[in-house]
Design a protein around this ligand. Structure first.
Ligand code: ZN
Ligand code: ZN
Length: 355
């Protein structure tokens, strides 16, 4: 096994992703060495490549929806062995001591969890590189078991898009008798429909554009509301226990708040910056409504979600691409032209650029 790894990286703001060679740490006793087979393409990959959040460290190897096969394990690893199909999501480490970490909510680690890429390893100070590469080395604690019965390539986006939708539905104990609205039909939204339906809720898709009824129903929606149609939104006033808002850009929350019933909660899963226009306090006070946020999920809950997906035959709808097509895929992602997630077949990394 050579130490030099092949991957794809952006080397400067504005640069296209291109072949890149790098090294990873030597495996520690608690490490799992994973040969990457598939990697989902998340919108945050694109943001980080473009340095949209101002914190990108170049060279950047993106990718945090990783599925692969274990090829080696450290001496203390007990849960995995060579040959196992495993997953790695957005995080590869956390402090392990703070109260969120002790509660299994590593994503809210008070000492900042270590991201799978664009982070710094807490032990050796080396940069972390993501899944657009042939191999990754991750502590056993942050490695997920991919259950039999899940198609590994379609499972990749569960590790970010999936858990981001699943976690709030569990946090607010969604089940039979609840009414859930999912706002937006992208990577997150289409998973939200599937999960809420499988949990037993009555599910509504709220979307900007008409004509998505058939597709929404295929994904689990019982009803579809068009958000630009104020009459439709008005008819839904006081209706939902939970609104799962997956829109990734700034937008008016007031119409959605009005659709919540008493004690209902609107959960934001997108980082949309300051909320504008302002939220009218009357919408919160008169129905004891809440606005909340939610970020991915802890390791334990991610495993729960993967097992839930296997039990309910849920997968992400994916479009497979070769790594050589990644820059074109980013262009399409910018136009929301994907149903519903690109997944890179990392086998393509082995082919010559001219292939
Ligand atoms: Zn992501
Ligand atoms: Zn912590």
């Amino acid at each position: 096994m050579t130490d030099i790894l092949n991957g794809y990286a952006a080397t400067a703001p504005g640069a296209l992703l291109a072949p890149f060679q790098f090294t990873r740490r030597h495996p520690r006793i608690d490490d799992v060495v994973i040969e990457i087979e598939y990697c989902g393409v998340c919108h945050s990959d694109l943001h980080q490549v473009h340095n949209d959040w101002g914190n990108t460290r170049y060279p950047l190897v993106p990718g945090h929806e990783i599925i692969g096969r274990v090829i080696d394990v450290g001496a203390t690893v007990t849960r995995f062995k060579a040959g196992d199909i495993v997953g790695v999501g957005c995080l590869v480490d956390s402090c392990g001591d703070c109260s969120p970490c002790c509660e299994g909510e590593e994503q809210y680690c008070l000492n900042k969890p270590t991201p799978t890429y664009n982070g710094v390893d807490r032990h050796d100070g080396r940069p972390t590189y993501g899944g657009y590469s042939e191999r990754i080395i991750v502590s056993e604690k942050f490695v997920l078991r991919i259950p039999d019965g899940l198609d590994p390539k379609a499972a990749a986006p569960l590790l970010c898009a999936g858990i981001t939708s699943y976690s709030p539905l569990r946090r607010w104990n969604i089940g039979r008798g609840h009414k859930v609205a999912v706002v937006g039909l992208g990577g997150l939204g289409h998973m939200g429909l599937k999960f809420a339906k499988a949990m037993g809720a009555e599910v509504t898709l709220i979307t900007r554009s008409a004509g998505k009824e058939q597709e929404a129903r295929r994904l689990g929606a019982d009803h579809v509301l068009v958000s630009s149609d104020l009459a439709q939104i008005g008819l839904a006033a006081g209706n939902f226990d939970l609104v799962l808002d997956t829109i990734p850009t700034p937008h008016d929350l007031n119409p959605y708040l009005s659709t919540l019933r008493l004690n209902g909660t609107l959960v934001l899963v997108g980082l949309i910056g300051p909320i504008a226009p302002a939220v009218h306090s009357g919408l919160l006070v008169t129905g004891r409504r809440s606005i909340a946020g939610s970020a991915i999920g802890g390791v334990e809950q991610m495993q729960e979600m993967l097992d839930f997906c296997a039990a309910h035959d849920i997968n992400c709808d994916v479009e497979m691409i070769r790594i050589q097509d990644i820059n074109r895929a980013y262009e399409r992602l910018l136009k929301s032209d994907v149903r519903y997630r690109f997944v890179i077949d990392m086998e393509s990394l082995k082919s010559r650029p001219a292939d």
